[in-house]
Design a protein around this ligand. Structure first.
Ligand code: AMP
Length: 231
């Protein structure tokens, strides 16, 4: 998220919604009569999808591949790379379904497919829960195509993303201290995070996120319902 522009829209999701997308992808796999032997879930965003897909499809072979876009501090490589090599025997001779949460450039899932194919897998197909129009790669199975680019806040990294977003708006807004109301105000202003939408997707989480930001020393308390970025 670190290399995004100041203003970008965010969509906050919840477990039920994302679980529905896992079911949609799995239904597509069934309809296509593709019967993978193993699911390769891309770390870290594809793990929940990989596990749920195994459940929907009745598979017990689930493995992982960690893709990285980042080569150094805030430096984005064009070509995603595989972080750790796959253990021998993970995919050789097997039909593989590779799954990730979202394709943005599409580079991660495309590179993952090449990597798996280089390991003499059988048939290899790809899936993402969501697909942005920016993607240059078209996965075989897609839970949902998004018309507008947005940063999707997934439930498995809700705290991580909200900390980044809130720290970002605090840095940008011309104020010394923030209460809960002003945090909500700037999330709406800079990222179109609507208060009601956020409460529906992730009810009562703002206080928890602020407490966690304090624990991680990203912000510091300046009195009741008052915080400032930590020095
Ligand atoms: P990419 O290789 O550009 O298709 O993006 C790879 C990974 O970056 C995805 O698996 C996500 O974990 C993360 N990512 C990229 N864009 C977004 C987005 N708009 N919202 C949430 N996560 C994203």
């Amino acid at each position: 998220m670190s290399d995004l522009p100041d203003d970008f829209n965010c969509t906050i999701t919840n477990w039920e919604y994302i679980y529905g997308l896992c079911r949609t992808v799995s239904d597509q796999v069934k309809r296509a009569e593709f019967e993978p032997d193993v699911v390769v879930a891309l770390a870290r965003g594809g793990w929940f999808a990989g596990r749920c897909t195994c459940d929907f499809l009745g598979l017990d072979d689930l493995t992982s591949l960690k893709m990285e876009h980042y080569v150094g501090a805030a430096e984005k490589s064009d070509e995603p790379t595989v972080r750790y090599p796959m253990p021998e025997g993970s995919v050789e001779g097997k039909d593989v379904l590779i799954i990730d949460d979202i394709a943005d450039t599409g580079g991660s899932i495309r590179r993952a497919q090449e990597y798996v194919e280089e390991r003499n897998a059988g048939e290899v197909r790809t899936a993402t829960l969501q697909l942005l129009r920016t993607s240059e790669f078209d996965p075989d199975f897609v839970g949902e195509r998004l018309e507008e680019w947005a940063w999707i806040v997934y439930p498995w990294n809700f705290i991580e993303d909200m900390i980044d977003l809130i720290a970002g708006v605090m840095e940008r807004a011309d104020e010394e201290t923030f209460d809960r109301e002003s945090v909500r105000h700037y999330l709406a202003e800079y990222h179109s995070v609507d208060r009601i939408e956020m409460e529906i997707a992730q009810p009562d989480r703002l206080t928890e996120v602020l407490a966690e930001m304090e624990r991680r020393e990203v912000i510091e308390s300046r009195g009741p319902d008052q915080w400032a970025l930590a020095e």
